[in-house]
Design a protein around this ligand. Sequence first.
Ligand SMILES: NC(=O)c1ccc[n+]([C@@H]2O[C@H](COP(=O)([O-])OP(=O)(O)OC[C@H]3O[C@@H](n4cnc5c(N)ncnc54)[C@H](O)[C@@H]3O)[C@@H](O)[C@H]2O)c1
Length: 357
Amino acid sequence: MKIFEMMEKEGHEQLVFNHDKTSGLKALIAIHDTTLGPALGGCRMWPYETEEEAIRDVLRLSKGMTYKSGASGCDYGGGKSLIWGDPKKDKSEAMFRAFGRYVDCFKGRFSTGTDVGTTFHDFIIARKETPHVGALPEEYGGGGNSSIITAFGTWKGIKAAASEAFGTDSLEGKTVSVQGLGKVGYYLVKHLIEEGAKVVGTDIVQDHIDKVVADFPQVTIVKPEEIYSQECDIFSPNALGAIINDDTIPQLKCKAIAGAANNQLAEPRHGDIIREKGIVYAPDYVVNAGGLIQVVDEMEPGGYNKGRAYRKAATIYDMLIQIFDISRRDNVPTHIAADKLVEERIATIGIIKRTKK
Ligand SMILES: NC(=O)c1ccc[n+]([C@@H]2O[C@H](COP(=O)([O-])OP(=O)(O)OC[C@H]3O[C@@H](n4cnc5c(N)ncnc54)[C@H](O)[C@@H]3O)[C@@H](O)[C@H]2O)c1
């Protein structure tokens, strides 16, 4: 494995190995690009089989964060941290304090928070050693449950997709099929119903379905495998990744896709195929940026401000409108247009920063 070659190819700035003998901490911190601002990215804890697998993952995820931060309009770059271990049995106070001290060495050049395998409890501990952690509960100055703002941003994303597909962003009378009625799905359904949309929903957990139906009895529930073929205007994936694939695309009857689930396209070519079918795709990492916007707001001087965070999350709509314009301008699918938007932003802001020096 040639680490420098990999970093050069993908444009990474830094990869730092952190080890603490007392707690057994083995952590990697990757910084991809800091042109727009300090790097931001969650901390994943996972029992990787090999060191190589962990390095590849942290480099890949940190690059993804450059695009996610850039598309959210925030002045942050991309980074990621990773603790090599089993989140079920390897965690300790000492481990997260040691991790916090390593994060602190970056002096704000990198900030982190929860991801797969870590929870806010871990970062309440790390916070004792560094201020550069976010995604904290309200009583610790954070924004609390990020699913609520993610659902708000997703609703704005659905409206932007509707505007592109139907020439109006009103969802009144439109049918939206929602896959996944979990933490984000529940609050998304609330926004949709309040706007007068017809909602078709599905989940694999009966308790999650029951909660939605109890509060919004007008929602029609279908079996999980039936969600793709629903007669609807918009399909909103809020459960799993890779659900836009060779099996599901022929079933789709929608005119737009917009949802919070990460990595919805099984492969990039599926973005081209849905475009050819005339379906507007709102890129997932733009639609689901609400949680990231909340974490960024926690880092503002004076701390988290809910009104400001929601105003910022509402601009997910404007970002998507720009992406649809680039898609038309350059005749490319929207997932490519989203990457272009970020790359153009990095190029122009990079020049402005040089001019000011
Ligand atoms: N919560 C956030 O702030 C946030 C931020 C960015 C992205 N996301 C992404 O949004 C998606 C939803 O996040 P969440 O926090 O609501 O997670 P969640 O686990 O609370 O909800 C996911 C729901 O999908 C259901 N589900 C799983 N497999 C399914 C299937 N085959 N068919 C139908 N339903 C199925 C689950 O039972 C669950 O109710 C995830 O992909 C997540 O990565 C979430």
